[in-house]
Design a protein around this ligand. Sequence first.
Ligand SMILES: [Cu+2]
Length: 134
Amino acid sequence: MAAWAVGCVTAAWVAGGMSVPQAHAASVTYQILTNELKAKQDGAEHEVYRFDPAVYVVNQGDDVTLQIRGFKGHDHPVLLEDYNLRTVVHRNQVTTLHFQASLPGFHRLVCTEHLDAQHEGPMEAYLVVIPSKS
Ligand SMILES: [Cu+2]
């Protein structure tokens, strides 16, 4: 039930974002935390790092700022694939990725140190750039 409710909220939010007029580029800022989840499995403690939130929807041409606060973990080297933007997020610091959303489509933001389950990940997020109508 909880997962269903979250899915509905996300879907409604994404649908709402797609109805935003696209005549003018906007400045969009997302505030993001590096988060950590822990669970016991088979008697052992496991950790996974995450971006929170992890979905960023913008319109093509928007001026986008991702402010990533290092909250859990030490250093997180991050890469916004396709845009080829890299930086390192440090604990207790806010690191900014600033760019124009020129490439439409679906793009991953990954931490290159926590890429998969073997490396306390996957620590990845998703930038969705809605194509302009022109
Ligand atoms: Cu990381």
